[in-house]
Design a protein around this ligand. Sequence first.
Ligand code: NOJ
Length: 446
Amino acid sequence: METQRLRFPEGFLWGAATAAFQIEGGAALRGPSIWDTFCRTPGKVHGGATGDMAVDHHRLWRQDVQLMARLGLGAYRFSVSWPRVLAGGIGFYDALVDELLSHGIRPSLTLYHWDLPQELEDAGGWPERETAYAFAGYTEQVAKVLGDRVEMWTTLNEPWCISFLGYGSGVHAPGRTSPADALRAAHHLNLAHGLAAAALPAAARVGISLNPSAVRPLTGSAADRDAQRRIDALANRIFTGPLLGGAYPQDLLADTASVTDWSFVRPGDEALIHQPMDFLGVNYYTPAVVSAAPDGAGPRADGHGATDHSPWPGADTVAFHQPPGDRTDMGWSVDPTGLYDLLMRFAREAPGLPLMVTENGAAYGPDLHDPQRIAYLEAHLTALHRAVADGAPVQGYFLWSLMDNFEWSYGYSKHFGIVHVDYETQERTPRSSAHWYARLARSGAL
Ligand code: NOJ
């Protein structure tokens, strides 16, 4: 007997996601970004990998769009390279958008996926307020060319990683390790979102992709629940507070008072950040489990890379624990209940705000036959379906990633693609999961 299939709502978007630095290559036709510099800093990126070639999408883009069309994707999430736009290369995205539309694939554009122009970092980077204004200017430039055809706009991808991994723990570019700068960066990223959202054309559907943490206490003790509250403030409410509610949470300001006095938040900033939003993008991979670490020496198994510096300012009394469950190649536990919990939380906290899963997926070995990835995706989509049935207004799902690519400090050693890429020949070969996903995208039922 056939088991009951899970049907997704009419019009649900089935997409895949990538990001400029991770796939494009074509580095000679743009200025340097902080990731180019970071890649060239010895010991920062696995195997000394760079984004010079990546998976050569800057050359192979037409073929890649054809591949998406063959897979039946309804939408494609990509990012625009700010350094490429500065170098006069916006025509690349202009042509890409036309090609997507001609295949009936809806473009979902991310303005910033981590590749800050090096010159802006040299001027101080995200800890400086000016960077937010520069971002608004760049947004206007992109909107002028693509605003008539791109409907879905994501301002920033994972501002937590940009600020806390880039300026706090230093495992991401630009590799700085100042807790105060991490918090300044977070604020200026929020501000950048607000300024950009206000600069986009009225017809644009505007959102932001967060990587909210599904953070759980190790035990029900008051101390562990307080550790959960602290990490929830630093991982989630530092963004959703001003973005959705127009104010930073008081407990966050108190918890970090020894790190900074927050005087970089100027009167009116929080209102500026609090722009109308058309959807909230949720990137989800794995949950976090925390406890109190009374000796102040909490282990740093937070899934964000080994470092001597914590990405959690003011939270050195919190310990991170490996959550239960099988692990992917990243060492991240497979636990779809975290996705369900986050979607239900946002449905509750921001009633009526459409949600979009802008990233979800898993790294496994390079094999073409990848039943583990299919199982991961199936479990997470079942959780998403349950959230929809329970009232979460989820409108679409973007699988990370369309194809294997540059996985930041891990270089090319991790494979997130439903399409395998041979890094010698740049040949693309759909994995079993790609065929599986194509069937799902076509039928709208799991
Ligand atoms: C988060 C990022 O947005 C993306 O660039 C990265 O490759 C995936 N998650 C996997 O780590």
